[in-house]
Design a protein around this ligand. Sequence first.
Ligand code: TRP
Length: 340
Amino acid sequence: MKNKGLIASVAVVFLIIFGVFVFQMGKMNQPLTNQQDKKETIQTVGILQFVSHPALDTITKGVKDALKDAGYQEGKNIKIIFQNGQADQSKLATMSQQLVDKKANVLVGVATPAALALANTTSDIPIVLGAVTDPVGAKLVKDLDHPGRNITGVSDQPPVASQIKLGKELLPNAKTVGMLYSSTEANSKYQVEEATKAAENSGLNVKNYPVASTNEIAQTVQVMTQNVDFIYIPLDNTIANAMQAVVGEANKTKTPIITSVDTMIEQGGLATVGIDQYTLGKKTGEMVVQLLKGADPAVTPVYTFKEGVTVLNEKQAAFLGIQIPDELKKNAQIIGNATN
Ligand code: TRP
């Protein structure tokens, strides 16, 4: 009896030890296979955003949402490394190098200076242009339809002529328009040239007010308000970053501002015909997905938008004493109306 009991106890202890051993082996094996799986399927996307302002933040959000919509889940099958260059050229260069060193599968440059920094760092890793106004002028691609190297993406070239036309319709007595932009941004130079042609064709005088840095903006706007009937702002990152100050100064003399983007209308601009920034980001993200799946950037055409959406700020119009014609309101998105 005693012996039987002993044998049974030993058997039970042995079984427990054996069970624990098998369980541990299982646990050790599992993470190993998981890690191998991860290595095979996790891809890395590096996003470099030039600076933080509402439009670029919205674009980056759109990029991330498009990846999610396509089934990429962070930590599971995609790793997203986000860097913000804070409008600093040397930071942009360092961050570009870091993203390349981290072996990103696809890189995204949000705004022209970020895209240029990435393009200067690698000619191998596919780069997606996020909202670059003039990819050919900035020498990022050879041709919009046949980019030719490791770069393709989305251009946000806006309907400049429609923006100037809208300004004329809202301000029929205006004689002079002032262009407010940064002298360091290639994207703005191009757009100001286009806007100047359109303005002169519609009988307006044009005055240019380039600023060399953020510090000059408030004072420049003060000078402008003495010399122009309305202010026109292109897709300029430096000005977008200081929009609050621009509106603050312009409001002192009730000088209207026609912008190139809806986010600047939300911040106190009067009107635009612009490209929805979230849609722009989503399109950029869809392109990232195409490249992750193996599309060749050299033969993937740059996406451009055919038309924009009219956005009007009714509250600002009331403040400026401007009557918005009903005709214009029909197809427009209204911001700052009685119900907002
Ligand atoms: N198109 C700009 C560039 O090429 C970037 C940009 C996108 C932007 N949306 C904007 C700039 C809105 C100012 C405001 O750099």
